[in-house]
Design a binder for this molecule. Structure first.
Ligand SMILES: Nc1ncnc2c1ncn2[C@@H]1O[C@H](COP(=O)(O)OP(=O)(O)O)[C@@H](O)[C@H]1O
Ligand SMILES: [Mg+2]
Length: 284
């Protein structure tokens, strides 16, 4: 029996949506080849808001969408991005090997065996003096080889924080939407703006479903306070914990809320129009 008319429309619409996605990604890869690398720094006033989770998930999604992506840890001495990426055993070099001329950028980076196109460059594991280091040459090489570079900034406003933002094209500030975290995010945004980064975005992470209704009424205020455009809302999801302990990148868990929401953030970064509001309300 023929499918009802409504169903046929649905199939046609789905097919059109899929082809648009394929054309979009192909176009994106072509643009990437002519060298338009974007350096994105993920930060927040203090630790625990989900910066490292965001860097790992968003950079994995960017790579899965076809962009050559480097993620870098700048949390010098307290680095743990390798754990979230499940790449600890491969990350034997760090960015000081490049800065101090011991290695070329591409020799120091390692590629994920699980997500092709995703590369990682670690921070040194011991605290090093980072003031007055010139990162310009290293980032020039990054721009030559990658479509995106996503940086995990340290908490607080130390020299590593300044270094991480030295070449930033975009900043994503992660807050959990609670008042103390919003205040920290505001301070962070002001400092980053003073550093000359014009494109500042806001990501609200670890939202509990029970709080989402209350948050709906305050998101516009949060955006006004921080003066940054919203790039996504990610819910509290037990798969973030599970992914870490099962040594599997979050993004490889299918049909999971946070994984889906982080992939929406990646698609927005790539310029796709993924609506942030549905029927007048914020959605993720
Ligand atoms: N959306 C989320 N749902 C559940 N747990 C999360 C989420 N985002 C982060 N976490 C957890 O919060 C903790 C801090 O996250 P992390 O990314 O290390 O923060 P930061 O880098 O800002 O210090 C970790 O235990 C992480 O697993
Ligand atoms: Mg961290």
């Amino acid at each position: 029996m023929a499918a009802p008319i409504k169903m046929q429309y649905l199939f046609i619409l789905t097919a059109i949506e899929k082809s648009c996605g394929i054309v979009y990604n192909a176009l994106y890869r072509t643009l990437g080849e002519i060298g338009m690398c974007k350096i994105i720094v993920v930060s927040s006033g203090k630790g625990g808001t989900g910066k490292t989770t965001t860097v790992a998930a968003v950079s994995s999604c960017l790579a899965m969408l076809g962009a050559r992506t480097l993620c870098m840890d700048f949390d010098i001495g307290f680095n743990n991005l390798d754990l979230y990426l499940c790449m600890s055993e491969f990350a034997v070099s760090d960015f000081t090997d490049v800065l101090e001329g011991r290695m070329e950028l591409m020799d120091a980076c390692c590629e994920s065996p699980l997500i092709p196109g995703l590369y990682f460059l670690n921070a040194p594991t011991d605290k090093k003096e980072t003031e007055n280091i010139d990162v310009a040459d290293m980032f020039a090489a990054v721009r030559e080889h990658f479509d995106y570079c996503v940086i995990d900034a340290p908490p607080g406003f130390n020299a590593g924080f300044a270094l991480a933002h030295a070449q930033a094209d975009m900043s994503i500030i992660v807050t959990n939407g609670e008042l103390p975290s919003i205040r920290d995010a505001q301070k962070t945004a002001d400092i980053i703006r003073d550093m000359g980064v014009a494109d500042i975005r806001l990501l609200i992470n670890r939202v509990r479903p029970a709080n989402f209704k209350i948050l709906q009424t305050t998101i516009d205020d949060i955006i006004d306070t921080i003066q940054a455009r919203l790039i996504g809302i990610v819910h509290e999801d037990k798969h973030v914990f599970r992914a870490l302990h099962e040594h599997k990148p979050l993004i490889l868990y299918k049909k999971r809320r946070a994984a889906y929401e982080f992939s929406n953030v990646a698609r927005r970064i790539m310029g796709e129009d993924v609506p942030l509001r549905k029927k007048g309300k914020f959605s993720s």
